[in-house]
Design a protein around this ligand. Sequence first.
Ligand SMILES: Nc1ncnc2c1ncn2[C@@H]1O[C@H](COP(=O)(O)OP(=O)(O)OP(=O)(O)O)[C@@H](O)[C@H]1O
Ligand SMILES: [Mg+2]
Length: 262
Amino acid sequence: MNVSPNTILASEGLRVSYGPIEVLKGVSFSVGNGSCLAVIGPNGAGKTTLFKVLTGEVASRAGTISFQGADVTKVPAHTRTSLGMGRTFQVSRVFLELTARENVIVAIESRRRNAGDYGAPWWRWRPARQVVEEADALLFALGIAHLRHASAASLSHGDKKRLELAETLALEPSILLLDEPTAGMAPGDRMQIVELIQTIRAERGVSVVMTEHDMDVIFNLADRVLVMNYGEVIAEGTVAEVRENPTVRAVYLGQDIYNAAH
Ligand SMILES: Nc1ncnc2c1ncn2[C@@H]1O[C@H](COP(=O)(O)OP(=O)(O)OP(=O)(O)O)[C@@H](O)[C@H]1O
Ligand SMILES: [Mg+2]
């Protein structure tokens, strides 16, 4: 696969089937270093499946994935994470029985272990002060420092999403894969997440691939948009290009795509 040096993540011809049903029918795309690609499309288009293939959770039966110039098609999920691919989930996955701070500490410790730093033996284990400080700094950056001692189970939906983002950032990814980061949030909370993602991009220079149903979120964040329908890419371009694309308009039932959320 021929990938330009400015490309951080790219795929070519990805195919995935669940049983007899082909869910990804040859998906190709690329993400520029430091840029934000939004993947949109109706329910069931294959967006989450594409994410799962990119992170290694689901294997493709054809096609290739390259990340930072290396072919990672056959690389297992945990190795992709330690190479710098961070993802969040459409439905949050946090350790509900732990506090917010403990959740982030677990992520930081996992990053340190991946880097070969095992810290104290488990029978003397307590997090280093530096780790606790890093966890608190992340919670602060995500606006949930005041909730550090609250159990993750007690957090609101929006705060759980923030916590999950903090955990993902703790892995110091070079690309963030965000599957519906604002799903189920009130409009005001959504714009807060948009601002957070903007800040994260500006401060850390991370690239972003995100799926999203909220068009306002996309128009605020995306440099380019990939439109999927029934497992195929039907359009790719800037927000303006995609919005004017007749095929995309047809998929969104002729509505102005501005009003096509949900
Ligand atoms: N584990 C599975 N087994 C069988 N079929 C599946 C599985 N996961 C997803 N599918 C099917 O694959 C298709 C694509 O699903 P996917 O979750 O990738 O869509 P999506 O674009 O993320 O949709 P949404 O916008 O609702 O999140 C759907 O038809 C779905 O029913
Ligand atoms: Mg999905």
